[in-house]
Design a protein around this ligand. Sequence first.
Ligand code: ARG
Length: 486
Amino acid sequence: MVKHLYLWTVAVAAAAMLLICGCGREQSKKLIMATNAAFPPYEYVEGKEIDGIDPAIIRAIGGKLGYTVEIHDMSFESVIAAVQTGKADIAAAGITITPERKKQVAFTLPYMIAEQVIIVMGKSPIKRSQDLKGKRIGVQHGTTGDTFVTANIQEPERFTNAPLAVQALLAGKLDAVVIDSEPASVFIAQRHDLVRLKEALTYEEYAFAINRENSALLKDFNAELQKMIDSGELKRIIDHYKESHASEQSSGSVNQSFAGRLKESFYLNFVKEQRWMYLVRGFAVTLEITFFAVLLGIGIGFPVAVIRSAADQTGRFKLPDLCCRCYLTVIRGTPVVVQLLIIYFVIFGAVNIDKTLVAVIAFGINSGAYVAEIIRSGIMSIDRGQMEAGRSLGLSYTQTMSLVILPQALKNVLPALGNEFIVLLKETSVAGYIALQDLTKAGDIIRSQTYDAFMPLVAVALIYLTVVLILTGLLGRLEKRLKKNE
Ligand code: ARG
């Protein structure tokens, strides 16, 4: 049995490698664009697509250069790093040219001029930048707004994206938000209770970032960009997106009954623009990741448990046992988000691999450690006499293990195993860290479009709760069945 397990493990590893290499190889002149798609009108999620000024320009130029553009959504701090490490070919995220960034990447010609501005609630006493001292100021982490406030005013409150900061301002948790001028206009067009102060804090130029080694792409790209500037095409694209956002209608009405507000909020968060589809698609992603991670977890946990128990009982398999112990220690000793990020950015840093697969691998490897210990505790719970009885009946160690011990052990640990899978389902909610649109992230996307925290968060919580209740119910029934068979 143990010998088979080795073969089995090798087979799984080989299959995984094939899959990964396969994913990395299908490169038919693809241009990967890194962005942070919560920065309208430059980039934002709309339905399944990422749209906005930056995607439109990159698609136009990419098309002319014979590329198909693939957009990768990530946190703003990762955008430049993605280009630097070769994970993306170009970064387009309303990026301001700064001397520090110039050291890390090459910038194309500038395509926009912008400034950092202050937005506050209509009734705010803050009228100019001097009034900001000592107030609660929100910024997007890693942006020039963040740098400006930190250097010139005080430590700001840093949010992962701009709409979240605006949401906090609307909820009364901040006094002001410092942000780029164009997104500020979009937020104000959407919410008339916000105002922008006239004063500009900075003067900035936006450009796209390309790896410093890739001078060929930089040259071709700049040539096409220059043509677009000269022909007026660039201005047409920019005006188109600015206008489509300026006409957006305002939400957030006052003077309504509680029920009326609730109804409107429900409409805004789920019905309008078919926002419920984010939840449906996100839910599917969550289930997909969980399902395959459970399978991988069992695939890893089983052999590890058997090797560990066999080593304990027979004193053999010293080396495999050591490996298993290391695996258990590392995986159980570090947070799953950190493992996910390491697998995505470090281990698969340079390969272009499907993010769902990364999540399945990360959560599967993580779960495997817990599954292993659960199964091992099951094996340990079986009386030693059973092994001796099996052996004295002429069964080999492997036969006794697989025919006598494991079936009983499994039955004993079934509830604990079920529990582990329920925990796993909830743990996948950190998948958004690598920009997977799982259920939790779906709620975030809706929040960033409606600035409403209540409805999307409660809806997401209810969906998780429902699934957990169903799983718990099924588990209970299974346990009863097993008891009956005793
Ligand atoms: N222009 C600012 C900067 O370069 C903010 C850009 C934020 N972009 C985004 N897609 N969130 O730091």
